[in-house]
Design a protein around this ligand. Structure first.
Ligand SMILES: [Fe+2]
Length: 229
């Protein structure tokens, strides 16, 4: 990505995750630039002329299960958009797994997975840093709406949800996210299992070695003991 730097050769997404610094103190400076490019590109691709309306059936099933209804999801999304203090983003994501893919702490409880979640993030933060798969993003930085809507953020977000969002795109992202989550879970489970087996084998080998040393120690003590007359 940036020639001669530690980010060279990474895709935009890889660079964003690597420079996030696992949520410790501050992300590395390239994070904000990489994430804002990623976020804006994703945001533009979430819309189409004549969008909005009801989501397609498969997506709607997930929405009904996780938010009660389409209206319930819209209410929760609007609430997140209006309560994000200052600049940031609002997201609909798929939280595919409770397994620890990334070290950054997710704001959504770990047992709450295999479902859609809504989150709001400050500045450039993207739910990918918590291992969530973004499905829809709306920019709530002031520059996104002030020229058209002044301070009426709610009208801007409503206009996107009612007239612009491409639910077909969101549905196709969900299908990919679900498939990817199954694949990643399988891969990670195998890695965790391999690590556990290795740790177990190392533990057994250390125990054998300690037992051997213990026996040698006993023999040396026995040899050095003075012979009683
Ligand atoms: Fe923006």
């Amino acid at each position: 990505m940036i020639g001669g730097s530690e980010w060279e050769g990474m895709s935009l997404g890889q660079m964003m995750l690597a420079s996030f610094n696992e949520g410790r103190e501050q992300p590395h400076p390239p994070f904000f630039h990489a994430a804002q490019v990623w976020n804006h590109d994703f945001y533009w691709r979430s819309m189409k002329p004549g969008g909005g309306g009801k989501p397609p059936e498969r997506l709607l099933k997930f929405i009904n299960r996780d938010f009660g209804s389409h209206e319930g999801m819209i209410r929760q999304f609007m609430d997140a958009a209006l309560t994000q203090f200052g600049s940031g983003w609002v997201w609909l994501s798929y939280k595919g797994s409770g397994l620890p893919y990334v070290k950054s702490r997710s704001p959504i409880p770990s047992d709450n997975h295999g479902r859609l979640v809504i989150s709001k993030t400050p500045n450039a933060i993207n739910p990918l840093v918590w291992g969530h798969s973004p499905l829809l993003a709306i920019d709530v930085w002031e520059h996104a709406y002030y020229l058209d809507y002044e301070d009426r953020r709610a009208d801007y977000v409503s206009a996107i949800l009612e007239k612009l969002v491409s639910w077909e795109t969101v549905e196709s992202r969900l299908a990919k996210a679900v498939a990817r989550a199954v694949e990643r879970d399988e891969h990670l489970r195998r890695r965790i299992l391999r690590k556990q087996r290795l740790a177990q084998a190392n533990g057994q080998s250390r125990a054998r070695s300690r037992a051997r040393q213990g026996r040698q120690g006993d023999q040396e003590v026995a040899r050095s003991r003075p012979v009683e007359a």
